[in-house]
Design a protein around this ligand. Structure first.
Ligand code: ATP
Ligand code: MG
Length: 413
């Protein structure tokens, strides 16, 4: 890697066409450019366009400072701790993120007080080349320059794209200590793109994986959810298990074969186009452990199941600061799976069937039966009641209410 000599692909040497770039993103790129600023498409979108994939979002980098960006766009909001990023809003809740080129701080220039480091580092603006070098992997550091429609590569990312490999910019032993989340991201991108990891990555992960436990939980949570959203939770967590990384990443998650097989089912569901929310992901993650903790399905009372669902989910949700609403939804999914597991004919079955969460739980349980085919007859039994349209499910409940009312009048003086 030669920091001073970027490889440049001119418009006729790469396949990226402006037609593939979001319209509003193009408007932002052009306006920055017309006003005399450098204006690049950066990050995942350039990588994905070069691979012929559809980018999830389009990020822009420029040499305009956040305040200069704000002056150019009426619909611009500066966000992040102490104004580090510009968000430009468009119709339909669309957000285009515009960042000023930044660079890494050298240890000597950091302020004496560690509390001031974050502010200092986040506002350290740099050149495009320095901005490329502070990024995580070479394939994530490619730029598309709107001035001449060229692709600019400071870090050797084009070669790695061609060779389908994830290469850390700089020395993984240093970059993983700087930011341990990069270890997870390396495995994540390899799985998403079906790339291999460069040889120096696994040894560096083996050396530094313990540091994952010191990473900001909010960032780890975000990356874990990304695994579910991209439908790669099973392969990534499997590899994390093989590397011995799971205890540092998800302390309470055992990652058994059945647990991972369940995640593979969830991944298949996501890849079929169904959006996954965090409560579903959480319930799927811990379903196997939960089922294990309710050993004799027929005798465990619901309160004991509730207790074990809480015991499993609460430490996870506390560590990752997951809102109570999500935790309770996940807990209800687990409890509903427990009810499904106990089989039909229990007290409160009609009420259970009418509960809004039951359909989702049934979906989760259906995935579980693909891991545990011995449960298929049980599922079929449930499907006979849940799939019958127009079934008078509310009759028994109405009867029950009437009885209560009668009692109430009887007891009145
Ligand atoms: P996605 O398609 O998931 O959005 P992405 O490559 O855009 O993939 P983001 O998480 O959106 O990934 O990050 C945007 C860019 O920011 C990355 O492409 C990378 O250049 C840089 N980046 C993200 N996380 C890190 C990190 N931990 N260390 C260094 N650079 C990072
Ligand atoms: Mg992105």
């Amino acid at each position: 890697m030669k920091p001073d000599l970027p490889d440049i692909l001119t418009r006729d040497q790469h396949p990226i066409s402006r037609r593939q770039i979001d319209e509003d993103c193009l408007k932002v790129l052009y306006r920055l450019h017309r006003n005399g600023f450098k204006s690049y498409l950066v990050g995942g979108s350039v990588r994905d366009l070069l691979l012929g994939r559809t980018p999830k979002d389009f990020d822009i980098a420029t040499d305009a400072t956040p305040n200069q960006i704000k002056r150019l766009f009426r619909n611009c909001f500066l966000v992040g701790r102490r104004f580090r990023l510009a968000h430009i809003r468009f119709a339909g809740n669309k957000l285009i993120e515009v960042a000023t080129f930044r660079r890494e701080a050298t240890p000597e220039e950091l302020p004496d007080d560690p509390d001031d480091h974050l502010h200092f580092v986040q506002n350290l603006f740099g050149t495009p080349c320095e901005d490329a070098f502070r990024r995580d992997f070479t394939i994530n550091a490619l730029f598309y320059n709107i001035a001449d429609f060229s692709v600019v590569d400071h870090v050797g990312g084009l070669v790695d794209l061609k060779q389908r490999q994830i290469r850390v910019i700089g020395d993984p032993l240093i970059r993983f200590v700087e930011d341990p989340v990069r270890m997870l991201r390396a495995i994540e991108f390899a799985a998403r793109l079906d790339f291999k990891l460069c040889d120096n990555i696994v040894p560096a992960i083996e050396k530094h994986m313990k540091l994952l436990a010191t990473a900001a939980p909010a960032r780890v949570r975000e990356e874990i959810m990304a695994l579910f959203r991209y439908g790669i939770a099973a392969p990534v967590l499997h590899q994390c298990r093989e590397l011995g990384m799971l205890p540092h990443l998800l302390a309470g998650y055992p990652g058994t074969n059945e647990g991972i097989a369940m995640l593979a089912q969830v991944d298949a569901r996501t890849r079929s186009g169904i959006t996954i929310d965090e409560s579903f992901a959480l319930a799927a993650l811990y379903l196997r452990l939960f089922m294990d903790s309710c050993p004799s399905e027929h005798s465990t009372p619901i309160t004991a199941a509730l207790q074990s669902a809480n015991d499993i989910l609460t430490p996870h949700c506390r560590y990752f600061s997951i809102a109570a609403g999500i935790r309770i939804q996940a807990r209800d999914l687990l409890i509903s799976c427990f009810r499904l597991m106990r089989g039909r004919g229990r007290r409160g079955e009609q009420k259970f069937l009418r509960h809004p969460a039951t359909a989702t739980a049934l979906e989760l349980f259906t995935l579980w039966t693909k891991v545990r085919p011995d449960l298929l007859p049980l599922l079929q039994e449930w499907n006979t009641v849940t799939n019958t349209p127009g079934r008078p499910v509310d009759t028994p409940v109405r009867r029950k209410r009437r009885r209560r009312k009668k009692n109430a009048t009887k007891n009145q003086p």
